[in-house]
Design a protein around this ligand. Structure first.
Ligand SMILES: *Cc1c(COP(=O)(O)O)cnc(C)c1O
Length: 349
């Protein structure tokens, strides 16, 4: 087989959910954020594994993502939608039993008119200026909205990956001010917020990246490995070049492995001539440009000819590779391509 092999350890996902759940008090519910196809890992399989671990509430970005998740989970678990209720969403919200997090007066009006009595939540903007009602909009409508029994009032932290950033305290204070005295469950923390301690936990936490083994949850169990098969080996003489635009020229006799996988599989072209792949624990530098479907790798120093090389694994995780590419682990995961053969392992207990 010449496609890359992507292995997703569902037991590690479940263990990460339990570990993040254990960081908040018993009375705090831990949900699971599975937007973007569970950060690229497959929302059906991942959703079921999280439900089996104990997750009862899930979040997606848009209602369309609720369909595959509802199919995987069945009717019980609650599925909430960050983008709220947009024109054209009403049937999906109704038929799939989704709970939109309403972000504006427009969305509130639409929701109450189209689906009176249908569950909803409210998203407040506490300073990120991305989604949610601002204080001036929310203040005068607060009592009216609360009388309609929202299931949740939530907001989102802009700087939770930097625990000492002053913005965190500011947003916490603003969230308290905007929700003071209300008898509605509240939520502020994603993965970063969970790690900042109980002040940030409120009634429900919303971990995403930590479930999938990513920073800022540095104690996460590794979830993803990606191995690319070697399709050809050649020896390149000094002075010869490798790959598009001749960006790598051999200075010594070099054994080059060509592996299947490229930017069409979500492997950033920015790691060209920079990142390494691994044969077991031995790093093997990427030579030349990452092309659409292929990568060339220096295996001169290996004692054997490898069948495949590892791009993601315990040797180098998504955050490590992201550092080389100048991005974040979230982007590396969500770009994982559709061409890989996906294996869902049950590694740890
Ligand atoms: C993506 C997202 C989350 C999850 O964030 P992580 O950093 O992946 O844990 C939680 N809440 C909102 C509003 C989000 O957009």
């Amino acid at each position: 087989m010449s496609t890359g092999r992507l292995t997703i350890d569902l037991d590690a996902v479940a263990a990460n959910w339990r570990a993040l759940d254990a960081k908040s008090d018993q009375g705090v519910q831990t949900s699971a954020v599975v937007k973007a196809d569970a950060y690229g890992l497959g929302v059906g399989k991942v959703g079921r594994a999280l439900a089996a671990a104990g997750a009862r509430r899930f979040f997606v970005a848009v209602p369309e993502e609720g369909a595959a998740l509802r199919e995987a989970l069945g009717p019980g678990p609650e599925i909430s939608v960050f983008a709220g209720h947009m024109p054209g969403d009403t049937d999906m919200i109704h038929d799939l039993g989704l709970v939109p997090m309403l972000n504006s007066v427009d969305q509130l009006t639409r929701h109450f008119e189209a689906l009176p009595g249908h569950p909803f939540g409210i998203q407040l903007d506490t300073g990120m200026n991305r989604l949610g009602m601002e204080a001036a909009e929310w203040g005068p409508l607060r009592e009216l909205i609360v009388a309609q029994n929202p299931r949740l009032i939530m907001s989102h932290l802009a700087c939770a990956d930097e625990p000492t950033h002053l913005m965190n305290r500011q947003q916490l204070e603003t969230f308290h001010e905007m929700t003071e005295g209300l008898d509605v469950p509240r939520s502020l923390a994603a993965t970063g917020g969970i790690l900042m301690g109980s002040d940030y936990h409120f009634d429900l936490t919303r971990p995403g990246i930590g479930l999938y083994g990513g920073l800022p949850f540095d104690a996460a169990a590794p979830v993803v490995s990606l191995d690319l098969p070697v399709v050809q080996i050649r020896d390149v003489a000094p002075g010869e070049s490798v790959g598009y635009s001749n960006t790598w020229v051999a200075e010594y006799q070099t054994r080059v492995a060509t592996v299947c996988g490229g930017y069409a599989d979500g492997i950033s072209r920015k790691i060209s001539n920079k990142a390494v792949m691994f044969h077991e624990d031995t790093p093997c530098p990427i030579l030349g440009r990452v092309s659409m479907d292929l990568i060339t790798v220096d295996v001169t120093h290996l004692r054997e000819i490898p069948k495949s090389l590892t791009l993601l694994g315990t040797q180098q995780n998504a955050d490590d590779l992201a550092d080389v590419a100048g991005t974040i682990g979230y982007e590396v995961l969500t770009q994982l391509g559709a061409r890989y053969a996906r294996y869902y392992a049950r590694g740890r207990g």
